[in-house]
Every structure is written in C-alpha cells, then in structure tokens.
Design a protein around this ligand. Structure first.
Ligand code: BDP
Length: 684
C-alpha cells in the first residue's frame, strides 16, 4: 500500500503534542460553497485527517462558532463572515488560494480560501502536506498563485494497453483496445495530479494509430467522457491527441488539406460532436509531419495552416490546440553534414511566429534534439514572441535510465527554466517566457510526458515517483529549489527518520550527475541502443537516418555546430549565447561535444583532456552507483520490504548498466584514440 500511495501516505503523526494541536483545529470542516471539486477537497481532508490524526472531522455547511477548517471561495459571504481583506485576495488568480490561520474565540481555525473551487482543492492538499510534514498550522498566512497557467501531463498510452516509452507497466486507461474503466485507480491518479497542481491531461499517445484515431468517434467518446468526469472533479481538463489525417482515417474524405473547405467543415462538425459528450473538453495535441506522422506538408501547406485548421474548429467551444514543434527530417543522409537535426524545430517554426490563431499553442521540447541527459536549451524559446507556447519536458526517463536507473530530473529542469535566452536582454529566462510574463501570450505553461503506468507503485522504480511529484511542484512554483522539492517528497513518502531523509535526498540530488557521468560524455548525447533506448551502443545511431551523430574517429569526437565552419546551429541563439557556444574557449564543458568537434587531447576548463575526462567520469560514475546501492542497503530496517526491495532491484540493474556503459565507452574511446588512461586503470 505504501508504494501505491506515493506522497499521499497520510501516515499517523508520531509527535503527540502536534496531534493534539492539529486536532484542535481539524475536528470540524465548514464548507461554504458547493461543487464537485469542493467535494473532492472535502473527501481528501476527511481521508487525510482521519488517517493522520485518527479522527473524522464533523462537517457543516454553515459558519460554526468553533475551531474549524473553513473551505470557501472568495465571495461576499466569506468576506463578511471572516473579514478577509478584499485587497489581499485580489492578487489571487483563478487557480490561486490563500491559507489563513485565525483565532476563533480562543481557539484556532484555518481558512482555505480559493479564488475558485480549484483553489480550495489545492489549498486542502497544501494543508494536508503541512500536517504530514509536522509543520505548525496555527500561524499560517500563505498566498499561492501557480507560476504557470497550463500545467499539463501528456500520456503516450496506446489503446492496446502498452505505453510508448512506458517503464511502469501498462496503461491505467486502456487494455486490449478497450477502456479499463478502472475508476478507482484513475481517481487516485487524479488525486496525485491535483495534489501537485496539474490542471490538464492528455490521455493518448501523440503517435495516434488507427485505433486511437477513433477516440473522437461516437463509439468511443462516451468512454472518454467517463474519464473526463473523473478528472474534472479534480480540476483537470482532458485532452486527446488526434491524427492529423482523421478526415481520411475516420471520415470519408480523401484529403486532409487544411485549406479544403470540406476538411474544414469535417473538423467543425467533429469538434461539435466531441463537445456534446464532454462540454469542457480541453482540445487536441497534434504531432504532424514528424517521424512519419501525417501533416499539412503533404498538401504543400505549412504548420500554421495545419494548426489553424484545428484551432478554428475548436474556437467556438473554447478548446485549444497544442501543436508540437518536434519536427525534423528522420530520413536524413548522415553523410550530408550540413543537415543538422538540432536546427530543425527553429527552422520550421521561427518563420511562422505570429501566424497562429489565438487558441493554438506551440509545444516545444526543452532541447533541440530529444530529451537527452544533457542538451542545450531549445533556441525557439525567446525567438517566438507572438505565439502561445508551452515547454515540453519528459518525466518518463526514456534516455535517462528508464526508471531502472535513478535520475531525479528536477535539477535538469531547473537549469532549463533558469536559462537566459537574452531575447529582451539580460533576464529573459525561459521560465519568464513560458509563464507568459515576458510576452503577452494568451496561453502558456509547461507540459511533460508522463512516467506512470499500472505498476503497483505507479512509476516502476519507487524513487521515480519523485520525478512525478517534482515536476508538478516545480511547474507550480518554479522558484522552489531542487533541494526543497526533494526534501518534501522524501518526507511525505518515507517519513521523517533523519537518516533516511538525508540519504535519500542525497541520492536524488546527485543522481542526474551520476547518470551523466557513466553515459554519453560532454553533451554529445545518444550513444544509446537504437529503438528501445536503454544501455550503451556507441555507434548504434551513427550510420542511420535519425540525425543523431557524434562523428568520432581516431582524431577526435563531437559535432561541429558552429557558424564559422559547422552546421550553423549556434547561430540560432541570441548573440550573448551564440558567442559563448561558438567559441571553444567559452563553450561550457558539459556541452562541448554538442557544439564542437575536438581532438581527444583538447583541454577542458577543468584542466583535464577530453579523453581523460571520459575515463575519469566513467570510472567515477560506476563507483557512485556502487556507493548509492550500498547506502540504500543501510536503510533496510527503516523502509518497508516492498519499497526497499523494489529500489534495491533497480540499483542492482543500474549498477550492471553503469558498468556496461563504462566499459563500452572507455574501450571505444581508448581504441579510437590510442591514448592510455593516465591513472592506468584497466580498459580493455
Ligand atoms: C521520442 C520518442 C518517440 C516519440 C517522440 C515524440 O523516442 O517514441 O514518439 O519522441 O516526442 O523521444 O514524438
């Protein structure tokens, strides 16, 4: 059960005096508004308080003259009853909330005040989190507004039940081309999502196959509606990925040309039909003209034509389109070194800035390639100034250990969010762009590929729950530090034993660096097994068509992406960054091989040569994994058997993987360079 319950354990509070203190406030719930979302808040509080304090609160729907937790939206009645300051609450946005302790005739009470009912639910989860963390709740004055408007998760679930890039079992939504109707599990998932503030969800793979194309037909829409109902009571809007060629695939047209009036009419009718089943349907996610998916290119049209077609159909209903910018030539000729996949998204979309309708949002992966352990930030951020956009992360660890290896991604995401694009001079960070404060986008925010499945613990590796939790917390408040997020997660998940807290925190916080140490070096990426993307295969993608090369030979390694004599990619950045990347002297070590082809004897800023750096980090990476595993073993008596064994198994697999990476990488570069390890360690 504890594996299943993730960070909503609601374990009983050990500190007796705290329990007494909490009980004084938490014995009564006063609920001053009604909605399905507020019911969810009530249910969660009842469940959480009972479980942590051993007492079910009484419920009343009128103000009570006693200590209580008061749930209210910000309206005239609450203002009058509780003397809330109008000015104070004016700063709340639609998903924002206030938590305020106040005295009630000698007793303490807590007001959970939302601008809307969603705020109340978020506030309830916040209060429960404080209690689970044993914090004082008698002197609270908290104002919370999410930093990002759209806080989304994308599922890559197929109706067959498998999940593209899923590492945690099968889909919770589908099985054997049917819906699972696993209402309890889906509801628990909704609880986890909303407890970290997620408000949007797409429930099928961006690669929409024939079966999933039918999700927008009368036959399947009632089932989608059932799922949407569950998420709705947790403040989450449901979206579907659609096949761009739907008018052909499920309609009876022979074209999907966005400028064809029949195609336009088809989509308008289709959308109207969807809204009959799901009145607050969110809209569509579209992967078009990418990796063999159909798109407007077939008809000689561009991405704005394609996206606007769907935007126009959704507009009357308030729906939106997420149009993905992951567009590149996956059939390129590796011998043509001028074709650089890294340049593709910018080349396709920059020129269309300003041409998209108001309800179209471009969805941009964090880096120019594909969720590698290390990539520069996509140069589209800051370049698109008149186009709604969301940033896309991957919580699923496709290239970062597949939830066998530990890789806590919050530190990586923070680097991306804090990156300064210089689009308006200093201070034009990615986070200020995607949160809509830099440019006046109508829609903006962050989305990510889900890492959950129907495994008992949801994420395969129990420690990978931290990525799910951390993603939600970080995009709610991008100012939180990785340390704060990790510490919250560890305490909520494993309790407050200081040894456990300290050890698990350290494991999480170092894990990204450790993974990078034993895998592909210095930002070059890939070197991974083609297809499934786990484990090393240094030349696995070197001579194929995917645009993922490192160009290693006996003289050197790395991709020359300079403007001077390379692919020109570095020129896609604003000058401040372009200059840094362009020059060997200033290019940061960790991205050196992404931007430059260098001899193995090239010296890094650290003073090491590239080849020695490769040897050193790979030996170090394996030692670090051994060390993590040994430290985990020390925690045996402090963690329940299921979770202890689950993580131990994963560390065992990670160690094997790390050793294989180390040996293959070191051997490969030793044989190619002929340069021995200065420290004379064994390299075959
Ligand atoms: C890559 C995955 C592939 C996805 C693609 C995408 O390998 O399975 O379909 O991204 O984002 O990372 O569309």
């Amino acid at each position: 059960k504890s594996a299943y319950n993730c960070w909503l354990q609601y374990s009983d509070i050990k500190d007796h005096s705290r329990v007494q203190e909490y009980k004084k406030v938490c014995s009564n719930l006063v609920i001053l508004d009604q909605s399905a979302i507020i019911d969810s808040a009530k249910e969660e509080l009842e469940k959480g308080l009972f479980s942590m304090l051993g007492e079910t609160p009484t419920i009343s729907y009128e103000p009570q003259k006693k200590a209580s937790i008061v749930l209210a939206t910000y309206d005239q009645r609450t203002i009058k009853e509780y003397g809330v300051d109008y000015e104070d609450c004016n700063i709340l946005n639609d998903d924002g909330y206030m938590i305020q302790s106040f005295d009630y005739q000698g007793d303490k009470a807590v007001l959970l005040l939302g601008k809307t009912d969603k705020g109340i639910l978020y506030a309830a989860f916040h209060l429960l989190r404080l209690i689970q963390m044993s914090k004082d709740i008698n002197n609270l004055t908290i104002f919370e507004n999410p930093k990002n408007q759209i806080r989304m998760i994308n599922h890559w679930d197929n109706m067959l039940g498998d999940i593209e890039r899923g590492y945690s079992g099968n889909s919770i939504f589908y099985d054997q081309n049917e819906f699972t109707h696993d209402v309890d599990r889906i509801k628990d998932y909704a609880r986890y999502l909303s407890s970290v503030g997620i408000n949007s969800l797409s429930i099928n793979n961006v690669n929409v196959h024939q079966v999933e194309s039918k999700l927008i037909t009368k036959e399947l829409l009632p089932h989608v509606a059932e799922i949407a109902d569950i998420f709705r009571s947790y403040g989450i809007n449901t979206y579907l990925s659609v096949n761009y060629a739907s008018p052909i695939e499920i309609g009876d047209l022979n074209t999907a040309d966005p400028l064809d009036s029949e195609v336009q009419a088809w989509w308008s009718e289709k959308v109207a039909e969807i809204y009959e089943y799901i009145p607050d349907f969110g809209g569509f996610i579209v992967k078009a003209d990418s990796e063999h998916r159909p798109g407007p290119f077939t008809y000689g049209r561009n991405h704005a034509d394609g996206a606007n077609l769907l935007g126009r159909a959704l507009e009357p209903f308030g729906g939106i389109v997420f149009w993905r910018c992951f567009v590149y030539d996956c059939l390129q000729d590796w011998r043509d070194r001028k074709t650089d996949r890294a340049k593709a998204a910018y080349d396709h979309f920059k020129q269309l800035d300003g041409e998209f309708l108001d309800n179209v949002i471009l969805q941009i992966k964090n880096g120019p390639m594909d969720f590698q352990v290390r990539e520069p930030v996509s140069p589209l951020f800051g370049s698109l100034k008149q186009t709604n956009q969301v940033l896309e992360f991957q919580v699923a660890q496709e290239y970062t250990g597949q939830q066998k290896d530990l890789c806590f991604l919050v530190p990586q995401w923070k680097e991306v969010l804090d990156f300064d694009t210089y689009s308006e001079g200093k201070g034009s960070t990615v986070k200020s762009i995607v949160n809509g404060s830099k440019y006046p986008f109508q829609y903006s925010g962050i989305t990510a590929v889900s890492n959950i499945g129907n495994d008992l613990n949801w994420t395969g590796n129990t420690l990978a729950q931290a990525n799910f939790y951390g993603y939600g917390r970080l995009i709610w408040d991008t100012e939180l530090s990785a340390e704060e997020i990790s510490d919250e997660w560890v305490r909520l998940t494993f309790g407050h034993d200081e040894h456990v807290v300290e050890e698990v925190n350290q494991m999480l916080l170092n894990s990204w660096q450790i993974y990078e140490n034993y895998t592909s070096p210095l930002g070059v990426g890939w070197m991974i097994n083609p297809g499934h993307h786990y484990g090393p295969n240094i030349e696995g993608y070197e001579y194929s068509k995917w645009g993922t090369y490192h160009f290693s030979d006996c003289l050197g390694t790395g991709v020359n992406r300079t403007v001077k004599n390379g692919t020109g990619y570095s020129g896609q950045y604003y000058p401040e960054n372009a200059e840094i990347y362009e020059s060997l002297e200033t290019c940061p070590d960790e991205l050196l091989l992404f931007f430059h082809h260098v001899p193995y004897t090239h010296r890094l800023k650290s003073g090491e040569t590239v080849i020695q750096h490769i040897y050193n980090t790979h030996f170090l990476g394996v030692e670090q994994v051994e060390n993590m595993k040994a430290r985990w073993e020390q925690l045996k008596d402090k963690i329940d058997t299921y979770r202890y064994e689950n993580v131990l198994d994963r560390f065992t697999m990670q160690l094997e993987n790390a050793i294989e990476w180390r040996d293959r990488i070191n051997t490969y570069f030793y044989r190619h360079s002929g340069i021995p390890d200065e420290k004379k360690r064994t390299i075959y």
